[in-house]
Design a protein. Structure first.
Length: 720
């Protein structure tokens, strides 16, 4: 496989040949191009920006990306879940052919990748569309970034809305927008600090960014119960919070010196916590997410790793190691690994060009020449063969669709998907020509790309609006990566003499198993003379309250503890790879106080206590909506200061258990409990436009039917 992975996307004939399919390009005298692709010919008009190389295919695909972007640059947007599908005026970027709306996540990543430099005003308009004040007068007022509809009724199950600040960071030369960003970052981070920050682990809870189709990446049982997702911690979402804290510190420097220090302190602590809890030494990679109590999950995602590298969360050693160890296929890099045998193609078994673009950025940070070449080849090949910048591709074939019955996919795919368009443009502007922000020019071109781009030409050129960058061919090709030897600046023109270096990067990891082992059923746990006996036939690993007990093959006994104990299993497969964790089997007593409150209870022991609730939240389906119920539990124990903890009750299927909160009590003290109203996305004024489910046009909904409160001693959180 290694030789195939290193194969160049553009052949000596200037074509792309892949799996029996061919794409080529003809340049026309008027500056237009004609792409000859499997689906037919596509004529591409001359564009404002241009590249001039020896490859008409490379030059024409850059024009095609701009043409795709022109169709995504709209004056009105619409979605069936907003204003009953009617058009909403907005000089914005639409998300794609099948997604003609503005979504926080897609838009922010797209703007960060390249759109901030190509149309800054439209970029600011798009981001402003995702800001909202509160319409509910009883909640804290402010300017908040919206978390779009999502798992369990959106935020705080999905918590990656802070990606907005990744998109905003390059648009702050406009004072009014910078002021809006400053207000939004203060209010949004303060809200997240209250509702989703776990002070014990120093991490923010919530779903992985972009990987938001639960059973594709999380255990299959989360399809109908997302509590685990809301209690877990995602690498990508925590890195995005780190970046937002860094931006807050930057904006505070000229506005509020004490706040700048506080934000910087929070960012530094978060960086340390990410490295402490997500790094998995036996894999040499950061885990995609970890469960409650920091339960390690043997699952990885490329976007999270790439963001850890580009933001500086990963030091140089870990950055190089993580990229080198992340598996590669001849077609490119999967967005998750390992893949799931029981899931259709979408995030599973898929390449997403925007993630490949972030992987390319990360590879450039550490001079990983093989990964740079892989991602560039993949991004170009996919666009050429599909005649558009598609949302995603099947991993092995890089096809826009494969027919495999119930596993067929990608399940959803869209031409001119905005972040794919932005990723392609970034691959050319930043990836090939090295144009960064603040006028920085730092090309890092794999040596394998010299022949198709330069041909017999001494130079290649990028013409941006008001800026020209020319790369001069190196005198010798005695390395695997081309970097700047010298630069000459004349007005708006920069000429870079390239030289070849040996990057020293490790070869791509091409022999990883494609699929992970199947997830086992919930463990069978029975009482025995030694405590609790767990039975499992096969090679597995037993976890107790999120902590590894040890390997199991047959049965394993665990002493009974003073707390409620929850057992989970993973199955061990090829190379020691663990499956996703089973559902939990919990044993041990807990106090159950029936009713909707208020409640009164006498503590039987001192220390940390876990509290959760049996409830029903039927205000929307599991996979979407804005009405996750978010409450503040007021705890008043005799002789102690009052405590307030967050309780989350996402959309449910019948009666379910809420997310768990923790408070402290002293033995013998009587404690009184009352649920107060918290905050959810339906409280935002913008969601008056939401007509897809409850919590929209008819007003905020932050409610659940509470059936009982459940109390037990809290398990001990252990150091990583």
């Amino acid at each position: 496989m290694a030789g195939a992975v290193q194969a160049q996307a553009i052949t000596a004939k200037g074509e792309v040949n892949w799996n029996g399919k061919t794409a080529s390009m003809n340049a026309q005298a008027d500056g237009s191009f004609v792409l000859h692709a499997p689906a037919g010919d596509r004529t591409i008009a001359a564009q404002k920006l241009s590249v001039h190389t020896a490859s008409p295919l490379f030059d024409g695909l850059f024009a095609m990306a701009q043409d795709d972007l022109s169709h995504d640059s709209v004056t009105a947007i619409k979605d069936g879940a907003y204003d009953h599908g009617k058009e909403i005026p907005c000089v914005c970027f639409a998300t794609g052919d099948k997604w003609p709306y503005v979504w926080t996540r897609d838009t922010s990543y797209s703007i960060d990748l390249s759109l901030w430099r190509l149309d800054p005003e439209r970029a600011r308009n798009s981001l402003r569309f995702k800001l909202s004040d509160a319409r509910e007068p009883s909640v804290p007022q402010g300017m908040y970034v919206m978390q779009d509809t999502g798992s369990g009724g959106s935020w705080p199950i999905s918590t990656d809305r802070v990606v907005w600040f990744l998109g905003a960071k390059s648009l702050l030369d406009d004072k009014a927008f910078a002021d809006d960003t400053w207000r939004a970052v203060q209010d949004t981070l303060a809200q997240d600090r209250l509702y989703v920050f776990d002070s014990r682990l120093g991490l923010y809870r919530g779903e992985t960014s972009f990987l938001d189709w639960r059973e594709q990446t999380y255990p299959a049982w989360t399809e109908k119960d997302v509590r685990f997702i809301g209690e877990s911690f995602a690498l990508s979402t925590n890195v995005l919070h780190y970046q937002a804290l860094q931006l807050a510190a930057q904006l505070a420097e000229q506005r509020h010196a004490a706040a700048a220090t506080d934000y910087r302190t929070q960012a530094d602590a978060l960086k340390q916590a990410i490295n402490a809890h997500f790094w998995r030494a036996d894999r040499g990679m950061y885990m995609s997410y970890i469960g409650p109590e920091a339960m390690p999950i043997d699952s990885y995602d490329l976007l999270g790793i790439a963001l850890a590298v580009t933001t500086g969360v990963a030091d140089t050693g870990r950055a190089k190691q993580a990229l080198a160890n992340y598996p590669a296929w001849p077609s490119g890099s999967p967005v998750i690994w390992p893949e799931r045998k029981d899931q259709p193609v979408y995030h599973n078994r898929a390449i997403w060009p925007f993630v490949s673009a972030y992987s390319l950025r990360a590879a450039r940070v550490v001079n990983d020449a093989p990964r740079i070449a892989l991602e560039m080849n993949s991004i170009l090949r996919g666009a050429a063969l599909a005649s558009s910048n598609m949302e995603n591709y099947e991993l092995v074939s890089q096809a826009v669709h494969v027919d495999e019955g119930k596993l067929s996919g990608p399940v959803v795919n869209s031409p001119r998907q905005l972040w794919s368009v932005a990723g392609y443009l970034d691959m050319v502007i930043n990836g090939v020509f090295g144009v960064g922000d603040a006028g920085r020019i730092d090309p890092k071109l794999p040596a394998s790309w010299v022949a198709p781009l330069f041909g017999d030409k001494p130079s290649i050129t990028l013409d941006l609006a008001g800026q020209r960058v020319t790369l001069l061919r190196p005198a010798k090709l005695d390395g695997d990566l081309l970097v700047a030897q010298s630069q000459q600046h004349t007005g708006n023109e920069t000429t870079v003499q390239l030289k070849a270096i040996h990057s020293g990067a490790k070869p791509l990891h091409t022999d990883a198993p494609l699929f992970g082992p199947a997830m086992p059923d919930a463990p069978v746990v029975t009482a025995s003379a030694k405590g609790w006996q767990v039975d499992f036939q096969g090679k597995g690993v037993l976890y107790l309250d999120g902590h590894r007990v040890g390997p199991i093959d047959g049965s394993l006994s665990v002493p009974k503890g003073a707390t409620r104990q929850c057992f989970q299993l993973t199955r061990v497969g090829e190379g020691g790879l663990e499956s996703l964790p089973s559902a939990a089997t919990c044993k041990g007593d807990e106090a159950r106080l029936a009713g909707a409150g208020p409640w009164e209870w006498k503590a039987t022991r001192s220390g940390a206590m876990s509290v959760s609730f049996d409830y029903v939240n039927d205000h929307g389906p599991i996979q979407t909506g804005v009405t996750a119920a978010v409450k503040l539990l007021d705890v008043s124990c005799d002789g102690a200061a009052p405590q307030r903890v967050v309780v989350v009750m996402p959309h449910s299927v019948g009666t379910q258990r809420s997310a768990t909160a923790t408070f402290t009590a002293t033995a013998g003290a009587t404690c009184r409990f009352r649920l107060d109203q918290g905050f959810n996305m339906s409280d935002l004024r913008h969601n008056a436009h939401y007509t897809g489910e409850q919590g929209g046009a008819s007003g905020p909904v932050n409610d659940a039917k509470v059936e009982a409160m459940l109390l037990s001693p809290s398990p001990v959180t252990r150091a990583p």
